[in-house]
Design a protein around this ligand. Structure first.
Ligand SMILES: *[C@@H]1O[C@H](CO)[C@@H](O)[C@H](O)[C@H]1NC(C)=O
Ligand SMILES: *[C@@H]1O[C@H](CO)[C@@H](O)[C@H](O)[C@H]1NC(C)=O
Ligand SMILES: *[C@@H]1O[C@H](CO)[C@@H](O)[C@H](O)[C@H]1NC(C)=O
Ligand SMILES: *[C@@H]1O[C@H](CO)[C@@H](O)[C@H](O)[C@H]1NC(C)=O
Ligand SMILES: *[C@@H]1O[C@H](CO)[C@@H](O)[C@H](O)[C@H]1NC(C)=O
Ligand SMILES: *[C@@H]1O[C@H](CO)[C@@H](O)[C@H](O)[C@H]1NC(C)=O
Ligand SMILES: *[C@@H]1O[C@H](CO)[C@@H](O)[C@H](O)[C@H]1NC(C)=O
Ligand SMILES: *[C@@H]1O[C@H](CO)[C@@H](O)[C@H](O)[C@H]1NC(C)=O
Ligand SMILES: *[C@@H]1O[C@H](CO)[C@@H](O)[C@H](O)[C@H]1NC(C)=O
Ligand SMILES: *[C@@H]1O[C@H](CO)[C@@H](O)[C@H](O)[C@H]1NC(C)=O
Length: 794
């Protein structure tokens, strides 16, 4: 067992019992579980913002301790204070903390006086005992410095919390638990609570704002307590509580002042000093929240271990398509790998039966947070390990298109999220298409993508695309576009041009596949629009010193005159740019970063950049100068672009400079926001030795991090095998010498998804020097268009 994946106490007890009863067999079975390599705390500090608590795969209920430090995902190992325990969260997101609604907080009131307890969040904040944190799939526990120990687990729509008060106090005192009518972001507009005098059941709802989107959402809750007698209860406002009234309605308050308020209850005669709280959550009604909690957790005092076991079984099942022959690599690398897969299945969240806006009778998912991040590697990974879920998600995106008019680029808490660049749900759909996922209405998908490409919504800030008039008439998104049709942040003209061009390429791919030749011609032509922002004579300097490279993307006005954005702006060497902070012509990354994002036509790009040698120099300079931002998703593919210049060995070499130096199994082991598991998926594909170019039937082959890996396709049941010859755990031999697939030489540096669906066997011969494998022109990854045609642009 690796030191980073401690077993939960009940697991340890279980192991102890099993050891006594069935000494060997049972222990071995348990030790075989890959769950020992899942550490939910990876990325719990240093900005990873992961959800570190208890959840089932894609579960709505996500229980964890919330802190007052890095609390975007609720908990952090940053040593800050615990302010509550709540049942809903997002994972890995940036910006505002997400969800964390209706937290509970346990305490003992000095002298047993209710008003000696701390109600307000700033007053009740309590440090946790650093080495008391236990996190494993479906389980989270932490001890507060007040001596109160908490442990929690979840079903699909409900969470179960156990609060164990220090012995000695609870006999003379009446432990109190409060419910706070807030969320982590303090976005509550109004909320209600009713406390049942007899049972202390707390029920109600609140209206909150989505953490990165438009509009508002209503969430309902239903909390029941078990394990003792109700002593007294009531509501609290500011720092005072009373036993009357039992109902409360709070608004935003004067001048948008945030009124702190909620309910409380005290208990007597706790068995084992332990109070159990069951929290049901629903987006439909408080009654539905109660019903889910009662159905899923009927016996709260005895269900805890069953729930943990079911969660573990569900996670084990989700990880079961993959098996690894580690070949002597460290447990830390294995933990990095398995935890990465685990984190891709925390969100999107399965809100089936919980959508108050419509019910199409098919599974409904939310928390696509955000597709700009997840289209690159998270969804491609789900396509391999959980294609059935990926099909449901694609259909759910189409369902959103049918009801909201456009596909979302980001969606959370039943609201539209802000669009960061292109209409990248298009890529998710087409990626599913080229990988032959079944059970999707492809003509509907085509319609949805054409809607993105042709019909500008009034609010393109949160779905669809903006500037479509210019896109059609000028073939680029102009700098300071005149666009009276719809509204969004009028920035990012370069990154939007690049992403729209790739979105159109994906549209062309789908149109061609469905036999619409006219549409294919139209959109494949538009997919070359990126070339219109290529300024051949543009140079780039860092602190006055020329980098030596000429030709960069630049903003262009509507009248065709060039604007200017320093190619290093928006990189770590200059300043950060987002939608609202320093909005620029590139989003969250520099022109240096975006110059590589032409996945449809890399050969053309390489030609524009002056040929292969200059392209390789540029890539190396990018990765070694501080311009590459490994903490954000646009960088991912650049690690592998050496393949397109016939040097696949350099991709693997580059990858090893980032894993584990920037992605590792420590609590701060992610370089940036995990973004729903995007960072995790990057690690997994890197270690697998196959990197997807989303939207194309294409994986770039690199040297795997393990001696052998099998992936069984959950739909076809066939097993793809990756085997190595000459593997060494110290990674001296990271250069591919030769590859065979099903025993035959495979000279191409890439392979298609049939590898997984058909269950092929790939044998990779490794060595310590770069070889000629994958270097020939005909062995490079596919690239659309005739590179020689760009001569006129130079
Ligand atoms: C709990 O009991 C101990 C002594 O048994 C006392 O020192 C401590 O103050 C009590 N805690 C509270 C919150 O009353
Ligand atoms: C709660 O706030 C929302 C958003 O401001 C508003 O639409 C709704 O009417 C309010 N509800 C009540 C009952 O005041
Ligand atoms: C919220 O709860 C209050 C009090 O029970 C109820 O009157 C109101 O209808 C609820 N709001 C929604 C949107 O269900
Ligand atoms: C209290 O603890 C004892 C011994 O640890 C255990 O047998 C019993 O089931 C516990 N009771 C409850 C209600 O948890
Ligand atoms: C989501 O939940 C629904 C309803 O329980 C279920 O039918 C569906 O299979 C779930 N999807 C996944 C991927 O678990
Ligand atoms: C094009 O428009 C820009 C911005 O309004 C202006 O600075 C530039 O002079 C114009 N160019 C021409 C040729 O009119
Ligand atoms: C682990 O990753 C983090 C985040 O990128 C990095 O800061 C840290 O230096 C890495 N640790 C090691 C030992 O490489
Ligand atoms: C992959 O499957 C083959 C055939 O069943 C087996 O021989 C091999 O050991 C497996 N490798 C791994 C890494 O599980
Ligand atoms: C690689 O394969 C070629 C033939 O495809 C063979 O000539 C060569 O010896 C192989 N090299 C290694 C290191 O296996
Ligand atoms: C998808 O199906 C088509 C048509 O049957 C086939 O040509 C293609 O190879 C398949 N692709 C994958 C990834 O299985």
């Amino acid at each position: 067992m690796s030191p980073t994946s401690r077993g939960s106490p009940h697991q340890l007890i279980l192991r102890f019992l099993l050891l006594v009863i069935f000494p060997l067999a049972a222990l071995c079975a348990d030790d075989d579980s890959v769950l020992r390599f899942v550490n939910p705390l990876i990325g719990s500090t240093n900005g990873g913002n992961v959800f570190a608590g208890a959840t089932r795969p894609y579960g709505l209920a996500k229980a964890v301790a919330d802190v007052d430090g890095q609390n975007t995902g609720g908990f952090s190992t940053d040593g800050s204070n615990v302010v509550g325990f709540s049942a809903v969260h997002d994972s890995g997101t940036g910006g505002n903390p997400s969800l964390g609604n209706f937290p509970l907080f346990p305490q003992l009131c000095p002298d047993d006086e209710v008003n000696n307890c701390n109600f307000r969040i700033g007053d009740r904040a309590t440090p946790y005992v650093a080495d008391s944190v236990v996190a494993s799939p479906g389980y989270f526990a932490v001890e507060l410095q007040s001596g109160i120990k908490t442990s929690m687990t979840t079903s699909e729509h409900a969470a179960l919390f156990r609060f164990q008060f220090p012995s000695g106090n609870s006999s003379s005192q009446h432990p109190l638990v409060l419910l706070d009518l807030r969320d982590l972001w303090q976005s509550r507009q109004n909320a209600t609570i009713s406390v049942d005098a007899e049972t202390a059941r707390m029920k109600g709802n609140g209206t909150f704002l989505p953490s990165f989107g438009a509009g508002s959402y209503v969430m309902h809750y239903c909390v029941d307590f078990f394990g003792g007698d109700v002593y007294d209860n009531g509501v609290w406002v500011n720092n005072r509580g009373g036993t009357e009234p039992k109902d409360l309605y709070v608004t935003r308050g004067f001048n948008l002042f945030f009124l702190e308020a909620g309910g409380w209850a005290r208990f007597a005669g706790l068995a084992n000093n332990t109070l159990t709280a069951r929290v049901g959550i629903s987006f439909i009604s408080a009654e539905q929240a109660c019903r889910s909690a009662e159905t899923e957790i009927p016996s709260p005092l005895s269900d805890f271990d069953r729930l943990v076991q079911e969660a573990e079984d569900a996670w084990e099942e989700k990880l079961s398509p993959i098996s690894v022959n580690a070949g002597g690599v460290s447990d830390a690398l294995l933990t990095n790998f398995w935890s990465g897969i685990y984190r891709t299945m925390i969100s999107p969240q399965n809100y089936t039966g919980e959508n108050p806006k419509w019910d199409s009778g098919i599974p409904y998912f939310d928390s696509y947070y955000c597709i700009w991040d997840s289209f690159r590697v998270q969804h491609p990974l789900l396509t391999i390990v959980d294609p059935k879920a990926q099909v449901q998600m694609v259909n759910s995106l189409l369902d959103i298109y049918e009801h909201e008019g456009w596909l979302p680029d980001c969606h959370m808490s039943l609201c539209n999220g802000w669009t960061q660049g292109g209409s990248n749900a298009d890529v998710v759909l087409v990626d599913a298409y080229v990988k032959n996922l079944t059970g999707i209405d492809w003509e509907l998908a085509l319609k949805a993508i054409i809607q993105d490409a042709e019909v500008e919504p009034l609010e393109w800030a949160f779905h669809g695309r903006g500037g479509l008039q210019s896109w059609r008439n000028l073939d680029y998104i102009p700098y300071l576009d005149f666009d009276p049709v719809g509204f969004g942040t009028n920035s990012r003209s370069i990154s939007r041009t690049l992403e729209y061009a790739y979105n159109d390429y994906c549209l062309a791919t789908l149109a061609q596949g469905l036999g619409h030749a006219d549409l294919y011609d139209k959109y494949v032509t538009r997919s070359t629009n990126w070339q219109n922002l290529w300024k051949a004579e543009q140079t780039s300097a860092i602190r006055g010193k020329d980098t030596g490279f000429t030709g960069f993307f630049q903003p262009k006005y509507q009248n065709g005159t060039w604007g200017f954005q320093d190619p290093i702006d928006c990189s770590a060497l200059a300043s950060f740019c987002s939608l609202t902070t320093n909005p620029s012509e590139t989003f969250e990354a520099s022109v240096w970063q975006y110059q590589f994002l032409v996945p449809q036509s890399m050969a053309t790009l390489i030609e524009l950049m002056g040929g292969e040698e200059r392209f390789l120099d540029r890539l190396d300079f990018f990765h070694t100068s501080g311009l590459a931002d490994i903490s954000n998703e646009p960088v991912f593919s650049t690690v592998y672009l050496y393949h397109y210049a016939g040097r696949p060995g350099l991709s693997t070499k580059r990858l090893h400079t980032y894993i584990p130096a920037s992605f590792n199994a420590s609590n701060g082991g992610l370089p940036g926001n995990d973004d729903s598991g995007s960072m995790g998926a990057f690690v997994v594909f890197g270690m697998l030795g196959l990197f997807p170019i989303s939207g194309q039937d294409l994986y770039l082959i690199s040297a795997p991090f393990f001696e052998g890996i099998n992936v069984t396709n959950p739909v076809t049941g066939k097993t793809a095998q990756i085997k190595t010859v000459g593997f060494d755990a110290a990674y001296e031999n990271v250069f591919i010498q030769n590859v065979t697939v099903n025993g035959k030489p495979w000279t191409k540096s890439w392979i298609g998804h049939a590898f997984f669906t058909e269950g092929w066997t790939m044998e990779v011969v490794l060595g310590s020097e770069e070889s000629s494998w994958g270097t020939k022109l005909e062995d490079r990854p596919p690239s659309w268009g005739d590179a020689t045609k760009v001569a006129g642009l130079l």
